[in-house]
Design a protein around this ligand. Structure first.
Ligand code: S3P
Length: 167
């Protein structure tokens, strides 16, 4: 049977997609799923290895397929990887769905994520790279989202409540 998510969370890494997503799932009594985990489970390698060994375009193609599959079959809360919105086909897939953008300003991102080597896009100078990343992506998150929820200076519980209020 074909079904679709109650809510799809997008936003930069560190914006709280998985924490808020799990809280939302609990509150809605619905399952939680995350496309990064789907990709890792299917491929068998951590995301950082897929990036290093096969390159970002290959990862984005795997991600597009994972998003397509999850949108078609997941009935609960779905979180996407922070860069999923870079792919035009992935953005088009999101159009019919209730997408929520968890936004976060650059200083908050540096505080929360800093220089986390498990996240391959932030190897050096995290503040400058965060600024560039957000400048390149902000309009794409906004383009796919029906609702924007700011996460700065809010707890995951407060963000989850704001998402529920907005849905
Ligand atoms: C990425 C974000 C990561 C993961 C990959 C690339 C990005 O997901 O998909 O490392 O391009 O911003 P999270 O946002 O869940 O950390």
């Amino acid at each position: 049977m074909s079904t679709s998510p109650l809510v799809v969370l997008v936003g930069p890494m560190g914006s709280g997609k998985s924490t808020v997503g799990a809280l939302l799932a609990e509150r809605l009594g619905a399952p939680y799923r995350d496309t990064d985990a789907d990709i890792v489970a299917a491929d068998g390698r951590p995301i950082s290895d897929i990036f290093i060994e096969d390159g970002e375009p290959h990862f984005r193609a795997l991600e597009r397929d994972a998003v397509r599959r999850a949108l078609a079959e997941h009935p609960g809360v779905l979180a996407l990887g922070g860069g999923a919105i870079l792919d035009a086909d992935t953005r088009a897939l999101l159009a019919p769905h209730p997408v929520v953008y968890l936004s976060m300003d650059v200083e908050e991102a540096v505080r929360r994520v800093g220089l986390n080597t498990a996240r391959p896009l932030l190897a050096v100078n995290p503040r400058r790279q965060w600024r560039e990343l957000m400048d390149a992506r902000r309009h794409l998150y906004t383009e796919v989202a029906r609702v924007v929820v700011a996460t700065d200076e809010r707890t995951p519980e407060e963000v989850a409540q704001a998402v529920l209020d907005a849905l």
